[in-house]
Design a protein around this ligand. Structure first.
Ligand code: GLA
Length: 382
């Protein structure tokens, strides 16, 4: 949690609205393994991190509401009873969407002012959007005593993303951001929303992120396309979700699906199995196995699910050349953002340097390296 960030939004709020706000910190997330499995009712393995969104919120007595995104130097005034989605890609959709979903649950809220700023790099695949949605729903719940449970809040955040932002996301990001536990990752069953927490102590190894600093357009529509492909294959298989299917099941319908969709479904089935194996590997402290599952995950995301890009593939190839990296893969929805690397602590700095240099040579742009801490989920800051 960033103290400076919180202080900044607080002071800004005091200056702008002349009132003391509630302060909320809502983190972004990493994901060890289990990509594109969440909307297939499968398993994921995320953790909340120390980067996120700081929000300051308080009731407004002016008859209107205001939201201010400090990062974007953008202010929006709105009336609650006139809310509708803004143009695609506008940040206020995250705020409006949450508000609209709360209203859909017949919960009454009044006018409010909110100011936020984040330190999750945009497009890094670390879920700044879920962090923002969670900060808004959490703040409104506190402010207006809505009595929402955390489970309800994450479903509201997810629906906001579906209906206002236009991405039919799964539940991983909102869950990890809301329920994160310091120093732990969450092995989450996205069907039951039950998770087991794993204290992550890789001893001589650590996780390191490398951000490609690219975000290719069309990623939202490509995401939604993949989700519908998975759903139509589930239907063909007569199962509720791909989580319920096995590889032999899939083989039975090989003639009924296109080869590309076949590979996508196969990836999901295999990735789900890998995520279950990864939990066992961590229990057994078998980092070699964990690393190899992570590499396999990337291969599947790139070759079968087709959500990687040349920058991500390049960074994973760099990792593969270094014997101190046990595993590396793209993280999040894809088409840009970060790779996550499981690397020997003593080799991390050197690898960061060589990979950065190679990346610059190849693409004539910089990548960024992050060392992260696993943190508590969305919470009120006293
Ligand atoms: C995005 C979505 C998540 C999940 C990942 C891929 O982050 O928001 O729900 O599907 O992509 O694993």
């Amino acid at each position: 949690m960033s103290k400076a960030l919180l202080k900044e939004v607080k002071n800004n709020f005091l200056e702008t609205f002349n009132a003391a706000p509630l302060l909320i910190f809502s983190p972004g997330r990493i994901n060890i393994i289990g990509e594109h499995t969440d909307y297939n009712d499968g398993f994921v393995f995320p953790a909340a991190v120390d980067k996120g969104i700081a929000a300051a919120i308080q009731k407004s007595d002016t008859g209107t509401s205001t939201a201010i995104a400090l990062d974007l130097e953008s202010t929006i005034n709105f009336e609650l009873n006139k809310i509708k989605p803004s143009k695609e890609g506008c940040w206020e959709n995250y705020v409006f969407g949450v508000f609209a979903e709360i209203q859909n649950r017949n919960k009454v809220i009044g006018d409010f002012n909110i100011i936020f700023r984040g330190n999750i790099p945009g497009g890094a695949g670390m879920s700044s959007s879920a962090a923002l949605e969670n900060s808004v729903v959490f703040g409104l719940n506190e402010l207006f005593n809505l009595g929402l449970t955390k489970d309800e809040m994450i479903l509201i955040s997810q629906k906001a993303e579906h209906n206002y932002v236009g991405v039919n996301c799964g539940i991983m990001d909102q869950y990890a951001s809301m329920f994160g536990i310091k120093d732990h990752a969450l092995h989450l069953d996205c069907r039951t929303l039950e998770s087991s927490s794993y204290k992550l102590d890789f001893k001589e190894h650590q996780l390191m992120l490398i951000n490609t600093n690219v975000k290719h357009s069309l990623s939202d529509s490509a995401y939604n396309d993949r989700r519908s492909a998975c759903e139509s294959i589930s239907k063909l298989l007569g199962v509720e979700a791909l989580r319920d299917a096995t590889e032999p099941d899939l083989e039975q319908i090989i003639d009924k699906v296109t080869p590309t969709n076949y590979q996508k479904a196969l990836f999901v089935i295999q990735e789900n199995a890998r995520t279950i194996k990864a939990a066992k590997a961590i229990e057994n402290n078998d980092l070699e196995l964990l690393g190899s599952l992570i590499y396999q995950s990337h291969a599947g995301l790139s070759d079968q699910y087709k959500v990687s890009c040349k920058e991500l593939d390049f960074l994973v190839a760099q990792a593969k050349k270094n014997k101190h990296v046990l595993g590396a893969r793209m993280m999040g929805g894809g088409f840009g953002g970060c790779t996550i690397n499981l690397i020997a602590k003593t080799a991390a700095k050197a690898f960061a340097e060589t990979a950065s240099k190679a990346y610059k040579n190849k693409f004539d742009k910089d990548c960024s390296v992050y060392f992260i801490e696993l943190s508590q989920g969305t919470h009120l800051v006293e």
